[in-house]
Design a protein. Structure first.
Length: 275
């Protein structure tokens, strides 16, 4: 082994979140094109279809209740207005999603679907502390994968939860993996910059015209023991193409469509990457 050309790069730490054989479907906000996003109706619909994995977002109220909600403000998808972080739970709970569903607390989602895995995007810094506290209190880390566009936020949650919860690569870490996938024999140098306490790579097919999900990218991730989830894919041809390329999961707003693709066996027959 050379200091400048290491023979081995440690694989990621195994976590139950990635134990299911690939490929899997993840219902984006419960499946926002089939029911009001992030609503109990949406998550129940996804569960009824057969989904074992949900994707969602969380924001904390002014008094620290962790809500299942994407936007900073209530305005777009509810019948009320206001910034969630500036409102107490007593106000937020009055808002109706899609005209009928209450805004869910994360605690309610975890209890209602206690056999499901949930990928959670922590949307702001204000939410980190109450989110970590809830995950520790409920002891549900084995069902959780944490992600965020903020590298600092993800690192803070990793530090607080240790290996009890899974996490996805941060944007800088994704860039490192992209570099590794293109460096050929020198890829292991780039891989040294990847954490051992992340289990998932959750990325779009491309960004700003730059391809992200390629066969070499998937292979580099798998070599590290990382699973690759593509988001947000709502058309059948792209679902099929990605599954045939070897992605491990697809995040979609159309769970019924994706389940029909998976039921046909597209991309099936693989073992769990994390083992």
């Amino acid at each position: 082994m050379s200091l400048f050309y290491p023979d081995r790069v440690a694989k990621t730490v195994y976590h139950p979140f990635v134990a299911t054989p690939s490929p899997i479907g993840l219902a984006h906000r419960g499946g926002g094109r089939e029911a009001p996003e992030n609503s109990l109706t949406a998550f129940r619909n996804a569960a009824d279809i057969g989904f074992e994995y949900f994707e969602t977002d969380v924001r904390a109220t002014s008094d620290g209740k962790v809500m299942v909600f994407h936007d900073a403000n209530l305005n777009r998808v509810t019948d009320r207005v206001g910034r969630i972080s500036a409102l107490p739970y007593s106000e937020v709970r009055r808002a109706k999603v899609g005209g009928s569903d209450r805004v869910l607390r994360l605690e309610e989602l975890l209890e209602e679907f206690d056999d499901k895995y949930i990928n959670i995007d922590v949307k702001d810094d204000h939410t980190v502390e109450p989110f970590v506290r809830l995950i520790k209190q409920k002891k549900v880390g084995e069902r959780i994968c944490v992600g965020s566009f903020s590298a600092l936020r993800v690192r803070a949650i990793r530090s607080a939860l240790g290996t009890s919860a899974a996490s996805s690569l941060t944007p800088p870490e994704v860039a490192t993996l992209m570099a590794a996938s293109r460096l050929g024999p020198f890829s292991r140098l780039a891989e040294l910059g990847l954490p051992s306490n992340a289990q998932c790579v959750q990325v779009p097919v491309s960004q700003n015209g730059v391809p992200i999900i390629t066969r070499s990218f998937i292979q580099s991730a798998h070599k590290r023991g990382l699973v690759v989830h593509a988001w947000t894919i709502d058309d059948e041809p792209t679902m099929i193409r990605l599954l045939e390329m070897g992605v491990d999961g697809i995040v979609t707003d159309r769970p019924t469509l994706l389940q029909s693709v998976l039921d046909r066996g597209v991309g099936s027959g693989r073992k769990a990457i994390g083992r």
